[in-house]
Design a protein around this ligand. Structure first.
Ligand code: GUN
Length: 295
């Protein structure tokens, strides 16, 4: 058996198209009122710079204004807080994204807590996370990568209600919010991590596996329940001399064996990756809607 591929490139394109259309309508109906996203990058980490650049490019394609702020790696917490305060007060900025990780001298929780709740397009503000965790409450924004995973499941027609979902990884950015979202979607959720004693025993009964551990090809097809759905959040480099750049990207799941056992699977690249930025565009549009309603 060979699994159905869940095409994040296509689904991401669809989401970005929806946002582009909604932005165009918002502008037309409101005298050119345009959603705006501000990014804050502290330091010059190559991967973070690339991600931020991709976010600005996506804004442009969606008709969203974007404002990039690059701060030196030795910026103090007060300096970063002052930047957040300035963006909170700027009426042209509807969404604020502080790229993580931050340098050691800057406390992540302090910075994320300082972002205006209504501009928290990453959904990392403790109040948004708290609402995500609670029954019958909804955050203003859902973190982009987990929101993208949920959209992939929805587009692929995967039933979450009553499903056994196993999440491998417990990061604040993916594993934790993903667990909360699947629970809200009525799945029975197990979160596995580096101290889990028998990962295979959990995987074997999982209808939905979300892999977000950052360990190249750690989960093999033999560990999966036949017919399950695999959402692979991992993006890892694997040496490959046949490639010009000397490596290729692989997920946390060994694709070639998993595709033979699962019923549906996201490829890497082209699965979850394109969804993160698409959902950021959606969140930024939503932030602009919130601000517009208050005008
Ligand atoms: N670093 C890795 N992923 C993310 C993300 O989704 N948002 C932010 N702000 N930083 C990240």
């Amino acid at each position: 058996m060979s699994a159905t591929l869940i095409d994040g490139k296509e689904i991401g394109k669809k989401v970005r198209g929806e946002v582009r259309d909604a932005v165009a309508k918002m502008k037309a109906d409101n005298d050119g009122y345009t959603p705006g996203l501000a990014t804050v990058l502290v330091g010059d980490d190559v991967a973070s710079s690339t991600y931020v650049r991709m976010k600005h490019r996506a804004c442009k394609a969606a008709g969203i204004n974007s404002y990039g702020h690059i701060m030196p790696a030795n910026s103090t917490q007060e300096e970063v807080l002052a930047m957040v305060a300035k963006l909170n007060a700027d009426p042209d900025v509807h969404g604020i994204l502080v790229q993580l990780p931050l340098p050691d001298q800057v406390d992540e929780e302090t910075i994320l807590s300082a972002i205006d709740l209504e501009k928290d397009v990453d959904g990392f503000h403790p109040v948004n996370i708290g609402r995500l965790a609670m029954k019958d409450r909804d955050p203003l924004f859902v973190p982009c990568t987990p929101a993208g995973c949920m959209r992939l499941l929805e587009e692929a027609g995967i039933e979450t209600s009553g499903a056994e979902a196993v999440i491998v990884g417990r990061s604040n950015i993916v594993g934790l919010p993903m667990a909360m979202l699947l629970q809200k979607a009525n799945a029975t959720v197990t979160v596995c991590h580096s101290r889990t004693k028998d990962l295979d025993a959990h995987l074997k009964r999982a209808d939905i596996v979300v892999a977000a551990i950052g360990w190249a090809e750690m989960i093999k097809g033999a560990s999966l329940k036949p017919g399950c759905t695999v959402i692979d959040v991992g993006i890892n480099r694997k040496d490959d001399e046949t490639r010009k750049r000397g490596y290729r990207l692989v997920g946390d799941v060994e694709f070639d064996s998993a595709v033979e056992v699962s019923g549906a699977i996201t490829p890497v690249p082209g699965g979850v990756g394109p969804m993160t930025i698409a959902m950021l565009m959606q969140n930024t549009f939503h932030a602009a809607e919130i601000a517009l309603a208050k005008k």
